[in-house]
Each structure stands twice: as C-alpha cells, then as structure tokens.
Write a protein that binds this ligand. Structure first.
Ligand SMILES: NC(=O)c1ccc[n+]([C@@H]2O[C@H](COP(=O)([O-])OP(=O)(O)OC[C@H]3O[C@@H](n4cnc5c(N)ncnc54)[C@H](O)[C@@H]3O)[C@@H](O)[C@H]2O)c1
Length: 239
C-alpha cells in the first residue's frame, strides 16, 4: 500500500476510541506517525499499543484534557522530541450533554462549549506554533451535521459545532499565507459510544439531519481566502 503520509506526524485528540481511533488508524495506515491524547488513560494506552502493532508506525500517547493550555503546549514539545515536526492536527475530542433548552443547566451548556470549542482553540493554538515555523500544516476539525442543521435537544452541542465551523473558516483565512490549511468535517450519525447516550428523539433527528446535509453544504459552499486561489489552500466544510 502506498504511504502518502510517510514522514508526517499527526496529533489526534479524543483518540482512545470511536471516530478518533478510526482516524488515527487510517492516518497511520497511510504512513503517519501518531501522537494520541484523550482523558481516558487506560483506553488510550490500549489504543496506542494496538495501533502501533497493527500499523508498525511510531505512536506516542498522553492523557490530556483538550482544555489544558499548558499541557497542550508541553505535549507539542514532546511530539517534536519524540516524532519530529508536527504536521497534522485532528481536533476530534468532543462530548454531549443533551437536554431541552428550558431544562438545560448553564453548567451543561458551558461544559460542552468548553470541551468541544475551547478545546479545539487550545489545541490549534498549540499546534500552529511549530506549523507556522515550518510553513506547513493541516488542521482537521470534527464538527457535526447538527452544527449546520441544528437539532432539538442539542442546543449546546449544535452551538459548539457551529462555532467550530466558524473557527475553522477564520483559522483557514488567517493561516493560509503560512502554508497551513484548515478544514471542518461535518459527519452525520455514526454509531459510537457517544451515540449510545443519545435519547431516541435526538437520535432520530440526527439521522434525518444527515439526510438533509447535502442541501446545507450546497448553501454554505466553500470559503476561499488569502491571496491564493489554489485548491490546496481552501478552507471548506466537507462531509
Ligand atoms: N458519532 C457521531 O454520530 C458523530 C457525528 C458527528 C460528529 N461527531 C464528533 O466526532 C467526535 C468523536 O465522537 P465519537 O462519536 O467517536 O465519540 P466518543 O465519545 O466515542 O469519542 C470521543 C472521545 O473524546 C474524548 N474526550 C472527551 N472529552 C475530552 C476532553 N476534555 N479532552 C480530551 N479528550 C476528551 C473521550 O474520552 C472519547 O475518547 C466528537 O467531536 C463528536 O462530536 C460524532
């Protein structure tokens, strides 16, 4: 199998399980070395061992909350020492705390915004320092179809993912001139441990939102930015 990512190092947040683990596996299969973080220490250690054995790539891992600014900066230093230049960041860590608006506590609102949106800001800021020096980097933010469409019972989660899309577009515009590309991916419903927690109503609406997503993408279109018009430096919302 060809290895287009050979010599690249990718940091994936929330990599212990689910979508983050699957992304990490794919990146390693394509030749990237991996830097994995999560708050679930045991699952993360098991995933790191499994992916190193399956792919033969170098894998480092660290228990790290995405909202820990000092921890993220220190981890980027560790990546440089152990694996070399960091070239790919996948902001994947996320949580849900669903509830109807009238019953949603401010704590649940803030918790979701903090992890999903502030966490992406913290890790992006840490990762872009070496990327700016190298004038090369790829940032991939895992948003959600509900960040585009909205979903009853998920005001906090939808707002965090919509915020992530705006964040991605701004980062893409700001850093295009430094050779750094930022994209958001807005998946629909994917069966993981996260979706096991969804109520039947939210689950059904999520699946419907997935079906409607193509329409919303056409409405949003792509964001072009900076001086370039090359496809390679386009910030976009992809599915
Ligand atoms: N599953 C879906 O249907 C779906 C759809 C669209 C988007 N997404 C997004 O995909 C991403 C992955 O979701 P998943 O379905 O694999 O869920 P998951 O719960 O299986 O995985 C999320 C991971 O993030 C980690 N995490 C949570 N809070 C963290 C924190 N503060 N710091 C570091 N790590 C933390 C968790 O421990 C977990 O390992 C999330 O951002 C989610 O919002 C999921």
């Amino acid at each position: 199998m060809s290895q287009p990512l050979a010599g690249r190092t990718a940091w994936i947040t929330g990599a212990a399980r689910g979508i983050g683990k699957a992304i990490a596996y794919k990146l390693a299969e394509n030749g990237a070395d991996l830097a994995l973080t999560d708050v679930l220490a045991d699952d993360l250690a098991a995933t790191a061992t499994e992916l190193a054995q399956m792919t033969g790539r170098k894998v480092i891992q660290q228990t790290l909350n995405v909202t820990d600014q000092a921890g993220a900066a220190a981890f980027v230093q560790r990546i440089r020492k152990k694996l070399g230049a960091l070239t790919v960041l996948v902001n994947n860590a996320g949580i849900t705390k669903d509830g109807l608006l009238m019953r949603m506590s401010q704590i649940d609102w803030e918790r979701v915004l903090h992890v999903n949106l502030t966490g992406a800001f913290v890790c992006t800021q840490a990762a872009t320092k070496p990327m700016m020096k190298a004038r090369y980097g790829k940032i991939i933010n895992i948003a959600s179809v509900v960040g585009v469409m909205g979903n009853a019972g998920q005001a906090n989660y939808s707002a965090s993912k919509a915020g992530m899309i705006g964040f991605t577009k701004s980062v893409a515009k700001e850093l295009a001139g430094r050779g750094i590309r930022a994209n958001a991916i807005a998946p629909g419903f994917i069966e993981t441990e996260m979706t096991h927690q969804l109520s039947p109503d939210v689950r059904e609406a999520y699946i419907k939102a997935k079906q409607n997503r193509r329409l919303s993408q056409r409405r949003l279109g792509h964001v072009r930015h900076g001086k370039q018009s090359k496809k390679d430096h386009r910030g976009s919302l992809a599915s």
